[in-house]
Design a protein around this ligand. Structure first.
Ligand SMILES: NC(=O)c1ccc[n+]([C@@H]2O[C@H](COP(=O)([O-])OP(=O)(O)OC[C@H]3O[C@@H](n4cnc5c(N)ncnc54)[C@H](OP(=O)(O)O)[C@@H]3O)[C@@H](O)[C@H]2O)c1
Length: 249
C-alpha cells in the first residue's frame, strides 16, 4: 500500500474534508494521527478508521494556541506526511470585520499552521524525506466579497508552500497545497445555508458542489509518491471555479 509504514498527521480531521483525508490515508496504509479540538468527533473519526481496518490515534490540539501547537508536535513525534487542513472561516464584509475574528483567523490559519509545520519539517528534513499538503481555498486565489481576511490567511499558506518548497527541496521534503472550491461539508453548509450553497455550486462549470472525498483525493495524491516530482504548487480542486473566474460568483 502507498503509505505503508508511514505516519500521517491530519489537522482538523474531526469533521469534513480532514476526516475524509484521514480515512483515505488510513485506507492506503498510513497510521493516522487525528487532531482537532472536539474529542467526541475525533473518537468518531478514529472509530471509522479502525472499523475499516486502519490504524489511528487522537491528539487534541487548538491551533490558535501556541502551547497547544507545541504539545501536538511533541505528541506527534516524527511524521512522514503532514496535512495542514484545520481552518477557521468566519466570513465578514470588510466594513464589518471585527478584530476578534481577524485575530482568530490569523492565529489559527497562519500562525498555527506555520509553527506546526516548522517543528515537524525539521524532523522530516533531518530524515531526508516527507510531504506536506496544506488545504487552502479559492478565496486565496480570487477576489471573493466577504472573505478578505479568510482569503488572505489562506493565501499566506499558499505563499509558505512555495517558499518552503524552495527551502527544503534539497532535503527531500515536498510542499503542496490544495485550494478547494465550494465543498459540501456540514459546517460550511450550515454557515451558508443549504439552498444558497447549492445555488453557488450550480454556477461553477461542473454545475455542482464538490464533496469532501473529492478534495481528499487531491490531497492524498499530492502527499503520495505518485506526486514525487511536484512541489510548490497550489492545485485548485474547484469544479472549474477558477477557470470561470468572476462569473462564478
Ligand atoms: N468546505 C468548503 O467549501 C471549503 C472551501 C475551501 C476551503 N476549505 C477549507 O477546508 C478545510 C476544512 O474545512 P471543512 O469544510 O471540512 O470544514 P469543517 O468540517 O468545519 O472542518 C474544519 C476542521 O478544522 C478544525 N479546526 C477549526 N479550528 C481549529 C483550531 N483552532 N484548532 C484545531 N483545529 C481546528 C475543526 O476541528 P475541531 O472543531 O474539532 O477543532 C475541523 O476538524 C478548512 O481549512 C477550510 O478553510 C473548505
Amino acid at each position: 500500500m502507498e503509505f505503508e509504514n508511514q505516519t500521517a498527521l491530519v489537522t482538523g480531521s474531526t469533521s469534513g474534508i480532514g476526516r475524509e483525508v484521514a480515512l483515505l490515508l488510513a485506507e492506503k496504509g498510513a497510521f493516522v494521527i487525528v487532531s482537532g479540538r472536539n474529542a467526541a468527533k475525533s473518537a468518531d473519526t478514529v472509530s471509522a478508521i479502525e472499523a475499516a481496518g486502519g490504524k489511528a490515534r487522537f491528539v487534541a490540539a487548538d491551533l490558535s494556541d501556541l502551547d497547544s501547537v507545541r504539545n501536538l508536535t511533541d505528541e506527534a513525534g516524527e511524521v512522514d506526511v503532514l496535512v495542514n487542513n484545520a481552518g477557521t472561516y468566519p466570513f465578514a464584509p470588510t466594513l464589518e470585520q471585527g478584530l476578534d475574528t481577524f485575530e482568530t483567523l490569523i492565529q489559527t490559519n497562519v500562525r498555527g499552521t506555520y509553527f506546526l509545520t516548522q517543528a515537524l519539517v525539521a524532523k522530516m528534513a533531518a530524515k531526508g524525506s516527507g510531504s506536506v499538503v496544506s488545504v487552502t481555498t479559492v478565496a486565496g486565489l480570487a477576489g471573493i466579497a466577504g472573505t478578505s481576511v479568510y482569503g488572505a490567511s489562506k493565501a499566506a499558506v499558499d505563499s509558505f508552500t512555495r517558499a518552503w518548497a524552495v527551502e527544503f527541496g534539497s532535503s527531500g521534503v515536498r510542499f503542496n497545497a490544495v485550494a478547494p472550491g465550494h465543498t459540501k461539508t456540514d459546517n460550511v453548509t450550515d454557515m451558508i445555508g443549504e439552498d444558497d450553497f447549492e445555488a453557488l455550486g450550480a454556477r461553477v462549470p461542473l454545475g455542482r458542489l464538490g464533496s469532501a472525498r473529492e478534495i481528499a483525493e487531491a490531497v492524498v495524491f499530492l502527499a503520495s509518491p505518485r506526486a514525487s516530482y511536484i512541489t510548490g504548487v497550489t492545485l485548485a480542486a474547484d469544479g472549474g471555479f477558477m477557470a470561470l473566474g468572476i462569473a462564478a460568483q
